[in-house]
Design a protein around this ligand. Structure first.
Ligand code: ATP
Length: 278
């Protein structure tokens, strides 16, 4: 069974507590085996990405958007590094979304998102996304309920149009346990080279763990249509998270029917011409 299918959010009410963050669906073995699988997966992903890029260079409209959401230390940044590390960075566009700037606040919540969408032929990676605008704003009570509730429909419409315009939308929720987060935050405090990654705000967020889980559960449930479903990626094991997301990307690219573009010139003619040159 494909990893995309194994981790795809089932239809119906969502309770994130029912997903085991330390599970490793579809993978037999441990860290060492997962690491050994990386070069082969990387080659496959790199080839598919190059085919997508080539298609874009020749006028194709299609692209891929990987949306990463999850609580602090769930590994969004690590996933970005891993994925980008496997492919030609020239074909990838990474965007991170923090607290909206004054300029961003003046616009509709999707304004800053639209500006960072991948161009044809590219893989876009969102480290946080428009889902902050239905999760964080709700938990921190930044806007009224009526407004964020309306945003579910706005997001569904936005993604539906994106898909219709040729973007494959791949959404991954990086699911970790409170214990894992504690360990990772402690590791940041224990290591002076990681202090910059820590923010006291991370602890405020941790205090509201259940509220975040409820808000995420609702967002995932309301915004997971067949064309752009969510995947719940168990992320207590970094090696599994990377393995799973790489596989999901590969599987999604494989269903796009990519191939090397036909040349718009006569190969033999060009070869003869080249060989005839001094
Ligand atoms: P990360 O935790 O993702 O590594 P970071 O700690 O370096 O990021 P930033 O990327 O600057 O911080 O910002 C992330 C913060 O911005 C998070 O606390 C997130 O909830 C908040 N944020 C993102 N989008 C919004 C939004 N639309 N409204 C309010 N807060 C938001």
């Amino acid at each position: 069974m494909r990893v995309s299918d194994l981790l795809r959010l089932p239809a119906g009410p969502v309770d994130l507590h029912r997903f085991d963050p330390a599970a490793t669906p579809g993978f037999k073995g441990g860290k060492q085996r997962a690491r050994k699988a990386v070069p082969e997966l990387g080659d496959r992903l790199a080839t598919l990405q190059e085919q997508l890029y080539a298609e874009g260079r020749l006028g194709g409209r299609r692209s891929v958007l990987l949306v990463l959401q999850g609580l602090d230390t769930s590994g969004k940044g690590g996933t970005v590094r891993h994925v980008v590390g496997l492919v030609n960075p020239a074909g990838v566009h990474v965007a991170s979304f923090g607290v909206p700037t004054p300029e961003e606040r003046e616009h509709d919540f999707l304004w800053r998102i639209r500006r960072e969408l991948p161009r044809p032929g590219r893989i876009g990676v969102f480290d946080r996304s428009h889902y902050e605008d239905v999760v964080t704003v709700r938990v921190l009570d930044l806007i009224d309920e009526r407004t964020w509730r309306h945003r579910y429909d706005a997001i569904n419409l936005f993604e539906e149009r994106l898909v219709a315009d040729g973007t494959r939308v791949v959404k991954c929720f990086l699911h970790i346990s409170p214990d894992t987060q504690r360990k990772r935050l402690l590791a940041r405090l224990d290591d002076p080279t990681k202090h910059w990654k820590f923010s006291p705000h991370d602890l405020d967020t941790r205090e509201r763990w259940d509220e975040y889980f409820t808000a995420y559960a609702d967002a995932l449930e309301r915004c997971s249509p067949d064309e752009a479903p969510w995947h719940v990626v168990p992320s207590d094991h970094k090696w599994y998270r990377n393995w799973a997301i790489t596989n999901i990307l590969i599987e999604q690219l494989e269903t796009m029917g990519l191939h090397w573009p036909e040349p718009d010139f006569d190969v033999e003619e060009q070869r003869a011409r080249l060989l005839g040159m001094p």
